[in-house]
Write a protein that binds this ligand. Structure first.
Ligand code: NAD
Length: 351
């Protein structure tokens, strides 16, 4: 019998419409008195709303969070943190803003609270990333885990349909890979299956009406569960491919995941029957890759990597880099198959 180890992060979660109104309580629970509120420039108004809710516990704001956590951005946030004497930080936004809070936790030891507004799932993982001179370094350290996560579906009403669909499929990809991960457990399996079901049923409704309260709540619940799967397991070929594609060709994170997922699923699932069975149940289908491709089309995911401007000639370089670094996967990434996956992901749907 195989010995299992379940090592999922122990997260405190506050979930529901109006959860954001509890930020002051959560900050107080942690004993923080001078919190630096982090956001992207686009979400500055939301950050100000949090500052108002925190009252005297807000020490200041930094609204310069950027994709891939550039070291220069971290340095700028660090000086603001020092200037205002911050004893903690609060990230309100997507993976980019939460990534900045993680960098501050890693480098300054500042505890954080996360208020996620996309479906990326970073708040559930001990994985941090930093980018310097075009090179992204990542690592795992429990110190970067938020002490408290507040999921408020009403904050996602403003997430445009064109962002919501790919972001939801990005989350779903975490669950798909968790289902065949070498360190998967029954807890992960249950979370993954439920997360996939939630997202698959909610995303078409979310894209049709971004202010549908039930659909937004279900999608965010799915994102929470899928993020927790990501935090508890080792990802495989899909995440590796998307990491290389994103880094090498500077592609949008969520869209890349959403386009590539059905093609990696078609390759891996024949070698992962339990994952396939769980996904069939969750998606209510006999053909999981086709259902994933159908969902992507339905929620407006761009039509193939070519639609993101990828040059077909670059695919071989991507395959080289993927093959250069080993990772766990149900099927070995043989070059010919890898190229076929990339080619299929590059083409437009139905060709
Ligand atoms: P993002 O955080 O860059 O957000 C995308 C854009 O949407 C930003 O301009 C943001 O201001 C805006 N936005 C966010 N929420 C909004 C809302 N509710 N309404 C309107 N606009 C909103 O993108 P993302 O997809 O959330 O995160 C991607 C990043 O997160 C990548 O860099 C990825 O590597 C990282 N990530 C890390 C982990 C991890 O475990 N470390 C996990 C997942 C993703």
């Amino acid at each position: 019998m195989t010995v299992l180890v379940h090592d999922g992060p122990p997260m405190r979660v506050v979930f529901g419409a109006g959860a954001v109104d509890r930020v002051a309580e959560e900050v107080e629970r942690l004993g923080l008195r001078r919190v630096l509120v982090l956001s992207t420039p686009r979400q500055g108004a939301l950050a100000e709303r949090v500052v108002a809710l925190l009252g005297e516990r807000a020490a200041g704001t930094f609204d310069g969070a950027r994709m891939h956590v550039p070291v220069a951005t971290v340095a700028a946030a660090e000086s603001v943190a020092a200037e205002v004497g911050a004893d903690g930080c609060l990230a309100i936004g997507g993976g980019s803003t939460i990534g900045l809070a993680k960098a501050l936790s890693l480098r300054l030891g500042l505890p954080s609270v996360a208020v996620p507004t996309t479906y990326a799932g970073s708040e559930m993982t001990p994985v941090w990333g930093l980018t310097e001179d075009g090179r992204k370094t990542t690592g795992r350290d429990p110190v970067v885990l938020p002490r408290s996560v507040l999921y408020d579906p009403t904050l996602t009403y403003a997430l445009p349909a064109a962002v919501s669909g790919p972001s939801g499929l990005n989350a779903l990809a975490h669950a798909v890979e968790a289902l065949y991960a070498p360190d998967g457990t029954p807890v992960v399996g249950a979370m993954a299956e439920r997360g996939v079901r939630d997202l698959a049923s909610a995303l078409p409704l979310v894209v049709a009406d971004g202010t549908d309260p039930e659909a937004r709540s279900l999608a965010l619940e799915g994102a929470w569960l899928c993020g927790a799967c990501l935090g508890a397991t080792t990802m495989g070929l899909h995440h590796k491919l998307c990491h290389v594609l994103g880094g090498m060709l500077d592609l949008p994170h969520a869209e890349t995941h959403a386009i590539v997922l059905p093609h990696v699923a078609a390759y891996n699932l024949p070698a992962a029957p339990r994952a396939d069975a769980a996904l069939r149940r969750a998606l209510d289908t006999a053909d999981v890759p086709a259902a994933l491709a159908g969902l992507a089309a339905q929620v407006g995911v761009p039509d193939g990597l070519q639609a993101l401007g990828v040059d077909r000639a670059d695919l071989a370089r991507v395959a080289d880099e993927v093959l250069a670094a080993p990772y766990a996967n149900p099927r070995p990434p043989v070059r010919a198959y890898l190229e076929a996956i990339l080619e299929a992901a590059w083409r437009s749907r139905g060709h």
